[in-house]
Ligand binder design. Structure first.
Ligand code: FES
Length: 106
C-alpha cells in the first residue's frame, strides 16, 4: 500500500492508502475524499479529479502525458503548474507521503 494525503477544499487532511498500481482517483473515491468527483470515470476528460501536487517527498509521479496535460489546460477551472489529474497517477513507492490538494473552482 502507498499512503498519500489529500487536503480537501475545507482544509481537512485525509490520509489514504492506495494499492500499488491503482490510480489515486479510485483510492480517493473509495475513501470518500470530498471534491474528487471523477465524472468521466478515469478517462482524463473531465478534470473533476483535478488536484495540486503540493509535496512529493519520495520523488513523486512522472510528468503528465499529453492527454492529461491537455485536459488540465483546456478543461480544468483553475490550472496551476502543479496541477494533476489523479486518475492518471498510479500509486507507486515514489508517491509515499505525497500531498495533493483538491483543486478549487468546481
Ligand atoms: S476522472 Fe475525469 S479526468 Fe480524471
Amino acid at each position: 500500500m502507498v499512503k498519500v494525503v489529500f487536503i480537501e477544499q475545507d482544509g481537512t487532511r485525509r490520509e489514504i492508502a492506495a494499492n500499488e498500481g491503482e490510480p489515486l482517483m479510485f483510492a480517493a473515491r473509495a475513501a470518500g475524499v470530498a471534491g474528487i468527483v471523477a465524472e468521466c470515470g478515469g478517462a482524463a476528460m473531465c478534470a473533476t479529479c483535478h488536484c495540486y501536487l503540493v509535496e512529493a517527498p519520495a520523488g513523486g509521479p512522472p510528468p503528465p502525458a499529453t492527454a492529461e496535460a491537455d485536459t488540465i489546460e483546456f478543461v480544468a477551472d483553475t490550472p496551476r503548474d502543479n496541477s494533476r489529474l489523479t486518475c492518471q497517477i498510479r500509486a507507486t513507492p515514489a508517491l509515499e507521503g505525497a500531498v495533493f490538494q483538491v483543486a478549487t473552482g468546481r
